[in-house]
Design a protein around this ligand. Structure first.
Ligand SMILES: NC(=O)c1ccc[n+]([C@@H]2O[C@H](COP(=O)([O-])OP(=O)(O)OC[C@H]3O[C@@H](n4cnc5c(N)ncnc54)[C@H](O)[C@@H]3O)[C@@H](O)[C@H]2O)c1
Length: 439
């Protein structure tokens, strides 16, 4: 399948403002990383937009440009950062507090990081229990809070002379919420905003403000947020691309690498037990059972979708899947994730796999934030709007069209992403059929 016309993509001219909700470990590691890369202090490791390549044409053509040379992406030097947080500390202090990056490196980035001071947040303790901050907006109702955000967004754009903006939720995980009747359409959603309805979480107010302003929105946490009909409709209406939920990093990334491999070989699964220790603020918030429930739902769903027990009952019916997160302060951001996987092979003989992943949460998440900012901006310039399934690659619970199941297999997700880029540029899609080499 080719895209005969080749999609018209507006050039990435001018500054791109990246608005971060939450200026914690992930956001500060992302901003500091971009500043370090711009100064030539580090390489953009983990970022597909910066380091990834894309094969075009046949294997024999030897045509493998870098992704950033193939599609017009914003340049790192054109990025400007804005943020909201319930704590007033600058990105420099917040990064020191997060303790992800070395003090020596942060000292070299002090000037740009100190300049990034968070705007006051839309926050309500009901939705995130373990946090209390002072840098919080006040208003008569949720609609007024949204209007304050919309004004701030417009002001940020003007002050920083940005030609485009994107917004990314990298704030704490909110309590578990199910879709409510007020989420069903924009009218009922706006009425609920004015009436301060409980079913409108702060993350939804940010998403509403972004989409009202025609700005793309990505949700890096598992909260429901933009994954409701009212906001999906608003995204379509205002030509804004959206994607989410929950950055796919550590343990779940490993799961979506391994599980497709086991299934490819028709190896069965009795059970998969995953446990983590982590000691950052994210871990502290997730220690609250209501926030953990949101995360748990997101982490549990991947295996069911990948292994398809209804299609392969002999292999995957009734496998046991347990996920635990334990808040353990000494480890800070340096999480340790253990997996015990009980598999079975030929004639039902059991085997075990053990994984001990000593990972760094924010080091894995930061390049995802960069890629999402650049790809969402590209999508908007290419006239794409609404749910961006091709960005599933980055998420634990990818958003899809209603009634469509999500693809969780990391390699299918990567193929989907690259084929979307080929499609935009009018190149042949790559199916890996390969028969053409044997004529
Ligand atoms: N690091 C990863 O690998 C990873 C992976 C998937 C998802 N996530 C999610 O990304 C989010 C950020 O993770 P983190 O490690 O940076 O957490 P963090 O606790 O260090 O940072 C979150 C920040 O958000 C702020 N905040 C909370 N509610 C807010 C609101 N309503 N408005 C503005 N600011 C608000 C907090 O004050 C805090 O500074 C979390 O929800 C986490 O679950 C992280």
């Amino acid at each position: 399948m080719t895209n005969e016309g080749m999609t018209e993509i507006a050039p990435a001219k001018g500054k791109l403002g990246v608005l971060l909700v939450g200026l914690g470990a992930v956001s500060t590691t992302f901003v500091a990383g971009v500043e370090a890369i711009k100064k030539g202090l580090a390489e953009p490791i983990g970022s597909l937009t910066q380091m990834g390549t894309i094969r075009l044409g046949k294997r024999t053509d030897n045509n493998v440009p870098k992704i950033k040379d193939f599609v017009p992406l914003a340049d790192l030097n054109d990025l400007v950062f804005g943020a909201w947080d319930i704590f007033p500390e600058s990105a420099y202090e917040a990064a020191l507090h997060a303790g992800v990056l070395e003090k020596g490196l942060l000292a070299q980035l002090r000037a740009p990081l100190q300049k990034l001071k968070p705007m006051s947040a839309v926050f309500d303790n009901h939705y995130v229990k373990r946090l209390n901050g002072t840098n919080v907006k006040e208003a008569a109702n949720k609609m007024e809070l949204a209007e304050q955000l919309i004004e701030e967004i417009a002001d940020f754009k003007k002050r920083n002379k940005c030609s485009r903006l994107v917004m990314i939720w990298a704030a704490s995980t909110e309590i578990f919420m199910k879709q409510h009747a007020v989420h069903c359409n924009l009218e009922s959603f706006e009425k609920a905003l004015r009436e301060n309805h409980r079913s409108i979480a702060p993350s939804m107010i940010y998403a509403y403000a972004a989409l009202k302003s025609g700005i793309p929105f990505a949700n890096g946490a598992p909260n429901l947020t933009v994954d409701i009909p009212a906001l999906r409709d608003l995204a379509e209406e205002n030509n804004a691309p959206v994607c989410g939920k929950d950055f796919k990093t550590g343990q779940t990334m490993m799961k979506t690498i391994l599980a497709p491999g086991l299934k490819s070989r028709m190896l069965g699964l009795h059970g998969w037990y995953s446990t983590n220790i982590l000691g950052n603020r994210d871990g502290e918030v997730l220690d609250d059972p209501e926030s953990f429930k949101t995360k748990e739902e997101s982490k549990l769903s991947v295996l069911e979708y990948i292994l398809q027990p209804e299609v392969y009952p002999e292999l995957y019916k009734d496998f046991s899947h347990v996920v635990r997160i334990n808040y353990y302060p000494p480890r800070g951001d340096n999480k340790e994730g253990w997996d015990n996987i009980d598999i079975f092979g030929w004639l039902g003989y059991p085997m075990q796999i053990k994984i001990d992943f000593l990972c760094r949460d924010s080091i894995l998440a930061a390049p995802l934030v960069l890629d999402l900012a650049l790809f969402l901006d590209l999508a908007q310039r290419a006239g794409m709007r609404g749910v961006q399934e091709w960005l599933s690659f980055y998420f634990k619970s990818p958003m899809t069209a209603p009634k469509l199941y999500p693809e969780h297999d990391l390699f299918i997700q990567l193929m989907k992403l690259k084929n979307t880029l080929r499609y935009l540029r009018g190149e042949d899609l790559i199916t890996h059929l390969g028969l053409e080499y044997y004529d």
